[in-house]
Ligand binder design. Structure first.
Ligand code: LLP
Length: 416
């Protein structure tokens, strides 16, 4: 999706400098072609499976619409994500409402939208049964099971360890399904797990699936008809240029094990997946302008995007490759920092880049997942715009916020 013409970086057929000029910076730029390639890679790797896009990775409506149009379902983690997923056109029978702390109102919205639920606790189950009864509906559920697997990723994004807040312990699973079987308005039809994110090996997925095998067999014995086993998301992407498993690698590792499990079951469940990052991560770059270059203890480059716009480096020590949009050539060592009033506001440390000056445009790669989605207005900075490119076409898909947006919901009491 990236190429150089006369030294200038192009995203598909569009000059990054012209984009920065026209829409301002910081600016997220997404390639429709790259998104479609990623969608196709999953389709080819998992032809008979249900693929639910994890909306939390990137909830831009235009981006979600492209994914929905390609027949994917959606994993939503809040009523807000459910609202946006329905707007984007994901069919409700392909939406799974996840979450470890759903409010009664959120459950009510999910029930009235007729989506399936991944239930995280017995308290949630009871509330769901009651609300489903009120609406006279039968709700299909899976339980989120904690398989106690180490996915060997950053501790903040490992979700299937035994100490994690997510899911029901394996030892308590059968009992939970037994309780669900007795609920009047609930039908347990699935098993769900999600072990973490940015996982760069396929083995943890296989291990988790193997751990689920006996549970699936026991569940059939107590009368559960399994329609799906959902192995979550988590496939990592190649942030550092060192390689990463592809959807096909994941399929080759996981599908034979799944087929073995299926062969032992009467109910022939389908495999479900919930990829987020590996669908949108490498579709997008962040353009940011250099406000100042300063030789201090280090060679600091101060840009207009900070952890308000891209929090991953500050939060997870995440690595994103950086390029200079408008030049190549002799390199120096730079540390790229944002405009936020915190020492942790560092986007990239000690990078070799062509000599940088004020006004240059830097390009931060692989920012389509958990980029804009985790942005904030911290330090009184409106969130930035997003554009979609395809060939030479460009469309604004999210307007830059204004100062008015900073105060839009604030009220000043008369009595102060
Ligand atoms: N399903 C569930 C239940 C999840 O919790 C997640 C991500 C996914 C699917 C999608 O996982 P993915 O394929 O994107 O790895 N903000 C962090 C990542 C947090 C992931 C949270 N859950 C980051 O920027 O690395």
């Amino acid at each position: 999706m990236l190429s150089r013409k006369d030294g200038i970086l192009f995203i598909e057929g569009v000059s990054s400098l012209q984009l920065a000029e026209k829409f301002g910076t910081p600016l997220y730029v997404t390639s429709k072609e790259q998104l479609e390639r990623n969608i196709l890679a999953y389709r080819e790797a998992f032809p008979d499976c249900e693929i639910l896009y994890a909306v939390k990775a990137n909830n831009n409506l235009a981006i979600m619409k492209i994914i929905a149009k390609n027949g994917f379902g959606a994993d939503v983690f809040s009523a807000g994500e459910l609202y946006m997923a329905l707007l984007a056109g994901f069919p409700k029978d392909k939406i799974l409402f996840n979450g470890n702390s759903k409010s009664d109102d959120e459950i009510e919205m999910g029930v009235s939208a007729c989506v399936k639920f991944s239930v995280d606790s017995l308290d949630e189950l009871k509330t769901l049964d009651k609300i489903a009864g009120k609406y006279d509906k039968m709700v299909e559920i899976a339980f989120r099971i904690n398989p106690n697997i180490d996915p060997k990723t950053h501790p903040k994004i490992a979700t299937g360890l035994k100490e994690s807040k997510f899911g029901i312990q394996m030892e308590q699973a059968i009992e939970a399904y037994e309780v669900a079987m007795k609920c009047k308005n609930i039908r347990p039809v699935g098993i769900h797990f999600h072990i973490g994110s940015q996982i760069l090996e396929t083995l943890p997925f296989v291990e988790a699936l193997k751990k689920i095998e006996e549970l699936a067999i026991e569940l059939e014995k107590i009368g559960v008809r399994l329609e799906f086993i959902d192995i979550g998301g988590g496939l990592g992407i190649d942030y550092e240029g060192k390689g990463a498993p592809t959807p096909m690698d994941l399929a080759r590792a996981v599908l034979p094990v799944f087929e073995d499990i299926r062969a032992r079951l009467r109910s022939k469940p389908k495999l479900w997946l919930e990829p987020g990052r590996s669908i949108v991560g490498n579709t997008t770059v962040l353009l940011t302008k250099v406000n100042a270059v300063k030789k201090g203890y280090k060679n600091f480059v101060a840009v207009d995007a900070g952890f308000n716009i891209l929090i991953r480096p500050a939060m997870y020590n995440a690595y994103h490759r950086v390029l200079v949009a408008n030049k190549e050539g002799e390199e120096e060592l730079y540390t790229i920092v944002g405009p936020i009033c915190e020492s942790g506001d560092i986007l990239a440390k000690d990078r070799r880049l062509p000599r940088i000056e004020k006004g240059d445009i830097l390009v931060i790669l692989d920012t389509g997942a958990y980029g804009f989605a985790m942005s904030s207005q911290y330090n009184g900075r409106p969130r930035c715009a997003e554009v979609l490119v395809s060939g030479e076409k460009v469309a604004l898909i999210r307007e830059r916020e204004s100062f008015g947006d900073l105060i839009a919901k604030q009220r000043i009491p008369e009595w102060i």
